[in-house]
Design a protein around this ligand. Structure first.
Ligand SMILES: *Cc1c(COP(=O)(O)O)cnc(C)c1O
Length: 344
C-alpha cells in the first residue's frame, strides 16, 4: 500500500487548519472596498500593531503586495535598487516594468542573495542631473527567497543610508515571521528598519489566501488606491482575513518547529553519498546539490515522485526542500530515506 506522500515543494502547499475553517465559517463580513468588513479591519489593525506601524492593507498575494508597494512609492521611470536574486526580479513576471513602470536597477550580490549598505551606497544617484533616473526606492527581503536572514544591524545601516538620501525602503517579508522567530526578535524590530513591508499569511502560516502590506497611514491610503487600480478590492474578503487572524494568533511560534525539522532534514540528507547541503539552515529551507552520473535531473525528480517525495525540479543544479506544518519530524526522516532510495 502506498504510504502518504511527503510534499517538500514549498510552504505554499500548506492547508488551512480546522481553527481557520471554523473562524471563516462564523466570521462577520461586509464590503471591504468601502471599509465595512469588520474582520478585514481587525486583521489590518492587528497587523499594523504587531509591526509597530500606523496602518495596513490586506492584499491578495505577496506579489500583489510588493508590486502595489513599488507602484505606490515610485514615479514612472524612477529607479528601484534591488538584488538581482530578489523574488521581485526573478518571480513576479516583470510586474515592476508594467505597473510601476520603474527601471529596476538589479545588483548582483557578492555572495548569496543579499545586498549590503556598501553594495547599495555607490548606486544611489545624487543630485538632479536630468540625464539620470531618480533613485526612488530600495527593496530588501527578510527572510530571503533562499532562506537567508538579514542581520538587523545591516537592515539598520541600509535604512539609515536610504533615509539620509530621502529614499524609502520596502521589505519583501513574505517569510517575515520565519525571520522573526529565527532571529528571536519581534516582527516590529524588523519592520522598524523600513518604510513599508509586506508579509504572507499563506505560506508557513497556513492561511489559504492573502498577504498584508504595512506602512505609514499616508502610504497605506495611497496604496489603497493602487490596490483598487490593480483589481485587488475584494468586497467580503473578511472570510480570508478570519483565517489570517488565526494564522497570526496560532501559527507564528510553531514556525520554530519547521526550522528544527529543516535542520534535522539537512543533517540526515548530508549523510547520503553525493548529497551536499549548500546553505546554512536558518529557516525552513534546505538547498542541496546531488553529485551523481546515473540519472538525469528529470529522471531523479521522477524517481522521487514515484516514491512519494515531492519537490520542485532543481534550478541551476540546486535542489530545494521546504518544511512546513504538513510535514512532521518522522516525515523528514523518511524523506531522507526516500531520497537515498531514489539515488540507488
Ligand atoms: C512567496 C514569495 C513572495 C510572494 O509570493 P505570492 O505567491 O505572490 O504570495 C514574495 N517574495 C518572496 C521572497 C517569496 O518567497
Amino acid at each position: 500500500m502506498a504510504e502518504q506522500r511527503i510534499d517538500l515543494r514549498s510552504d505554499t502547499v500548506t492547508l488551512p487548519t480546522q481553527a481557520m475553517r471554523d473562524a471563516m465559517y462564523s466570521c462577520e463580513v461586509g464590503d471591504d472596498v468601502i471599509g465595512e468588513d469588520p474582520t478585514i479591519n481587525r486583521l489590518e489593525q492587528e497587523s499594523a500593531r504587531r509591526l509597530g506601524k500606523e496602518a495596513a492593507l490586506f492584499v491578495p498575494s505577496g506579489t500583489f503586495g510588493n508590486q502595489c508597494a513599488i507602484a505606490t512609492h515610485v514615479g514612472s521611470a524612477d529607479e528601484v535598487i534591488v538584488s538581482e536574486a530578489a523574488h521581485i526580479i526573478q518571480h513576479e513576471a516583470g510586474a515592476g516594468a508594467l505597473l510601476a513602470r520603474a527601471q529596476m536597477r538589479t545588483i548582483p550580490p557578492r555572495s548569496g542573495s543579499m545586498l549590503t549598505a556598501g553594495d547599495i551606497e555607490p548606486r544611489i544617484r545624487i543630485g538632479d542631473d536630468y540625464h539620470c533616473p531618480k533613485t526612488s526606492l530600495i527593496c530588501l527581503e527578510q527572510a530571503t527567497a533562499y532562506g537567508e536572514l538579514y542581520p538587523i544591524e545591516e537592515m539598520r545601516r541600509i535604512h539609515q543610508l536610504a533615509a539620509s538620501h530621502g529614499i524609502p525602503v520596502h521589505v519583501d517579508g513574505a517569510r517575515l515571521f520565519n525571520a522573526s522567530v529565527a532571529l528571536g526578535v519581534e516582527a516590529a524590530a524588523i519592520a522598524a528598519h523600513c518604510d513599508s513591508i509586506c508579509f504572507c499569511l499563506s505560506k508557513g502560516l497556513c492561511a489559504p489566501v492573502g498577504s498584508v502590506l504595512v506602512g505609514t497611514g499616508r502610504f497605506i491610503a495611497r496604496a489603497r488606491r493602487v490596490r483598487k487600480l490593480m483589481g485587488g478590492g475584494m468586497r467580503q474578503a473578511g472570510f480570508l482575513a478570519a483565517a489570517g487572524l488565526v494564522a497570526l494568533d496560532n501559527m507564528v511560534e510553531r514556525l520554530a518547529e519547521d526550522h528544527e525539522n529543516a535542520r534535522a532534514l539537512a543533517a540526515e540528507i548530508a549523510r547520503i553519498p553525493g548529497v551536499t547541503v549548500t546553505n546554512d539552515i536558518q529557516i525552513s529551507m534546505v538547498f542541496f546539490r546531488i553529485d551523481q552520473d546515473r540519472y538525469s535531473e528529470a529522471q531523479l525528480h521522477a524517481r522521487m515522485k514515484e516514491r512519494g517525495l515531492l519537490t520542485y525540479p532543481p534550478e541551476n543544479g540546486q535542489w530545494r526542500f521546504v518544511t512546513h506544518h504538513g510535514v512532521t519530524r518522522q516525515d523528514v526522516l523518511r524523506a531522507a530515506q526516500l531520497l537515498a532510495d531514489s539515488l540507488r
